[in-house]
Design a protein around this ligand. Structure first.
Ligand code: GLN
Length: 485
């Protein structure tokens, strides 16, 4: 068994007990990357060996002096390439940021660094986090470690594939409409999308600001809870950051679901859901029931309206957020141009990929006068009604159990030709972002053809701990191993 097959907490404990050093752990991760990266393409940037080893030596010294004692100290990590990292290329998997070296790090990355995490690279993603497959990356698609002919999901596909392929024990991803939970499900790993405002968005390159949240991706919920505890906290640099009463997520790692009321929205299990996926998710329900949870079906309203509302709001926000990429302030500028306007136009035409352009156009359209009321305002109203439907559900249930995605990972090349179909694949994840709720994706099982299926636990705002407790109890019963590639 390679060191990278262990969980982040196991590796952290080995470093603490002096069984290995942070430098050895870093070298193991770099070697694993060298061995597998040509097959998986999970990274946009892998840091130089010398730099990683120097960082690991510094952390090792701090562990020995007692300056750092986090359970993640010395453990290697991959960071999704939409989080700014000081002095390290941050591309958002876009040509337009292909030469962008930030002068600062995002808050979540800084918190990890202060805990002694060793960043080994920046993970591939869909361009500007727009997509569900990691195929819209300017740096080529990431492959699913379970089947190299399939996508890893997206947009945090690089982060999830890097963990599933044993390149790093854990990674950070971001989730605007499912980008942690859906690729986690396709790659057989665990991920948490926290309550909006729990992790600072400072230094996260914005896609849909009212929806974006950073979260952990790892092999199990114990790692995820520890990582979330490390990266969360109030940040005055993010005006939407919330000061919470309790960030002690690891205290919920308790094997007990007795009395938890878990709702199953009927609309999530009907038409559109693959029978193979349904079977695995229902097995999770059964396990939780056997452990003492109460499972009940219920009607969740407005499910059909979530996708249109999400794509209107996300694209509207994206069209505004992406205005800043104009060839003046950041990144790429076209080589030849005549005057300022022509420079903007050529830079953006050459710098953005097709999916990003589609969304900027859609977003500008729904915000333009004459259409604002018909589309954008209506989407906001739908969002408010959806939130009401979830409030009603959480008055009755501690959490909701849903699939993370309606299918297993599609084959490479199958999704992009039909964007609407790809958008429909977000049906089970996007309401969580529209309503600011926390969601956890856990491995449910394998289909007969050996592909992983993820189940999703959705909670009320600020109730991550219930989700973590249920996920922990469930994972106690799970016999799960990642593929060797
Ligand atoms: N697939 C969704 C989209 O393309 C979600 C992406 C995300 O969460 N970043 O918008």
């Amino acid at each position: 068994m390679s060191l990278m097959d262990k969980t982040a907490l196991e590796i952290g404990a080995m470093i603490k007990n002096k069984e290995i050093s942070a430098v050895e752990a870093a070298k193991e991760s770099l070697n694993a990357i060298k061995e597998t990266e040509s097959k998986v393409n999970a990274f946009v940037t892998v840091l130089d060996d010398d730099q990683v080893i120097k960082d690991a030596e510094d952390v090792q010294a701090k562990i020995e002096s007692g300056e750092i004692n986090s359970p993640l100290a010395g453990v290697p990590v991959a960071i999704k390439d939409n989080m700014c990292t000081e002095g390290v290329l941050t591309t958002c998997s876009s040509k337009i940021l292909s030469n962008f070296n930030p002068t600062f790090s995002s808050d979540a990355v800084l918190r990890l660094k202060n805990a002694g995490a060793i960043m080994v690279g920046k993970a591939n993603m869909d361009e500007f986090a727009m997509g569900s497959t990691t195929e819209t990356s300017y740096y080529g698609a990431t492959k699913n470690p379970w089947d190299l002919e399939r996508v890893p999901g997206g947009s945090s596909g690089g982060s999830c594939a890097a963990v599933a392929a044993g390149e790093v024990p854990y990674a950070l991803g971001s989730d605007t409409g499912g980008s942690i939970r859906q690729p986690a499900s396709f790659c057989g790993v665990t991920g948490i999308k926290p309550t909006y405002g729990t992790v600072s968005r400072y230094g996260l390159i914005a896609y849909g600001s009212s929806l974006d949240q950073i979260g952990p991706i790892a092999k199990d919920i114990s790692d995820c809870a520890t990582i979330l505890e490390t990266i969360s906290g109030h940040d005055i640099k993010d005006s939407t950051s919330i000061l919470r009463d309790d960030y002690n997520f690891t205290s919920a790692l308790v094997d007990d679901v007795k009395g938890f009321k878990i709702g199953i929205p009927k609309a999530y299990y009907g038409e559109g859901l693959d029978a193979e996926v349904k079977e695995q998710v229902m097995k999770v329900a059964k396990t939780l029931e056997e452990k003492g949870a109460i499972i009940e079906e219920f009607d969740l309203d407005l499910v059909d309206y979530a996708i249109p509302a999400y794509y209107v709001i996300a694209c509207a926000e994206a069209s505004s957020n992406l205005e800043r990429f104009d060839g003046v302030k950041y990144g790429y500028r076209t080589a030849e141009y005549e005057g300022l306007h022509n420079m903007y136009k050529k830079t953006r035409s050459e710098g953005f990929g097709a999916e990003v352009k589609r969304r900027i156009m859609l977003g500008s359209f729904v915000l333009s006068s004459g259409y604002y009321d018909a589309y954008y305002l209506k989407a906001l109203r739908t969002k408010a009604l959806l939130k009401k439907a979830f409030d009603e559900a959480f008055a009755k249930y501690d959490m909701i159990l849903a699939p993370a995605a309606p299918t297993v990972a599609p084959k490479l090349g199958d999704s992009l030709s039909d964007p609407i179909k790809m958008y429909l694949g977000d049906i089970y994840t996007i309401s969580v972002n529209l309503c600011g709720l926390p969601g956890v994706s856990i491995p449910a099982g394998l289909t007969p053809s050996g592909l992983p299926v993820g189940a999703q636990l959705i909670g009320n705002v600020f109730e991550e701990k219930k989700l973590i407790q249920a996920a922990y109890s469930y994972e106690r019963t799970l016999d799960w191993s990642l593929p060797s590639i």
